[in-house]
Design a protein around this ligand. Structure first.
Ligand code: NAP
Length: 336
């Protein structure tokens, strides 16, 4: 390590495996921004289920070891690369002291500082705090992709957010409600149900209740529901196909295993099952979703709800909880 090199605390993964491979280290070099990169002093970082899949080595995208997990940083620009400085006089680029949030990082967000490419960084208005800023990245961009790109929703349609109490679910409810959809949501606890209703759902159901699917069927009637945004497809896809309207679509956001379905269930009503991959979005699509979200922040309908908070020291527990604890009440975040 070069003399004078600034050091920081950061979580490092040296081998793929269970949550115990997440190691908090206090002597990690603070990265230096190059070109159009920016260095962000992290005030909060969202924790997403995908970071557990990446950590375990089972995800399609495997980072080179060692690495620091985390993409959804909110914080303050500490310094900028030479191209950002050079062009700052001509275009409105980021500068030291700006409040920002990210949809991706270069060096990882579970750390005191994170490096990001400037096109994945967005201004964080004063109306949202850093905790809320760290809940925007993966959840809100995924919700936009699922609703607008995959389901191509139209105002007046109905949407069932199957798993509405977590990061992506709350985001989906807020965005769908603001765009004129009839919103139904599900949660697995009383507190979660209350939160779903407070964040855009017209009606809420308990996915832990034995007969909740019958209750949804009764609510949507013979017409069925136009769109289902599904967080746990390996459990729900078979039932979802029976809830859809003519031309209805199930959008597979989350799935943690296989499920048997009867393809015949798609035929009479000509329904579709469509997968979502946020990371397949192009730069332009990210900018489009960011535009929708910036408008929502300005108008006040994008208001991330923060659930459990963990200091960096508790990162192992956080990775256990995001997969195994039920009764979600918003977004789980890490505080450096
Ligand atoms: P999260 O914050 O952990 O929330 C999980 C949600 O699933 C909670 O609302 C939970 O409700 C609900 N759930 C639990 N049991 C359920 C059941 N039987 N039926 C329906 N929902 C149930 O996770 P997240 O960040 O919102 O992500 C949700 C899923 O989407 C994860 O699998 C994640 O990997 C995936 N995802 C995919 C993409 C993509 O690009 N495809 C992007 C982001 C996320 P209770 O806790 O109240 O029971």
């Amino acid at each position: 390590m070069a003399t004078g090199q600034k050091l920081m605390r950061a979580v490092r993964v040296f081998e793929f495996g269970g949550p115990e491979v997440l190691k908090l280290q206090s002597n990690v070099a603070v990265p230096v921004p190059k070109g159009r990169q920016v260095l962000i002093k992290v005030h909060a970082c969202g924790i997403n289920p995908v970071e557990t899949y990446i950590r375990s080595g089972t995800y399609s995208r495997k980072p080179a070891l060692p690495f620091t997990p985390g993409t959804d940083v909110a914080g303050i620009i500490e310094s900028v690369g030479e191209s950002v400085s050079a062009f700052k006089a001509f275009v409105d680029l980021f500068q030291k002291g700006d409040r920002v949030f990210c949809s991706s990082t270069v060096s990882g967000g579970y750390a005191e500082f994170a490096l990001a490419e400037d096109h994945t960084v967005y201004t964080l208005p004063e109306t949202l705090d850093f905790r809320q800023g760290s809940a925007l990245g993966i959840p809100y961009f995924t919700a936009c992709r699922a609703l607008f790109h995959s389901a191509r929703v139209r105002a007046g349609e109905s949407v069932l957010v199957h798993g509405a109490s977590g990061g992506v679910g709350i985001a989906t409810c807020q965005i769908a409600r603001a765009h004129g959809l009839k919103v139904l949501g599900t949660a697995g606890s009383e507190e979660g149900k209350k939160l779903v209703l407070q964040n855009g759902a017209h009606e809420v159901f308990d996915h832990k209740e034995v007969n909740y699917i019958d209750k949804i069927k009764k609510s949507v009637g013979d017409e069925g529901v136009n769109v289902i945004i599904e967080m746990l497809s390996n459990v729900n896809l078979n039932n979802d196909l029976k809830l859809l309207s003519q031309g209805g679509r199930v959008i597979v956001v989350g799935s943690r295993g296989p499920i048997e379905i009867n393809p015949r269930d798609t035929m009479a009503k000509e329904t579709s099952i469509i997968g979502v991959s946020l990371f397949s979005s192009t730069k332009e699509e990210f900018q489009h979703f960011a535009g929708i979200l910036q408008a929502g922040i300005e108008k006040g309908w994008v208001k991330p709800v923060i659930g459990s908070e963990y200091p960096l020291e508790k990162v192992v527990q956080a990775h256990e909880d995001i997969i195994h604890s039920s009764g979600k009440t918003g977004k789980m975040i890490l505080l450096p």
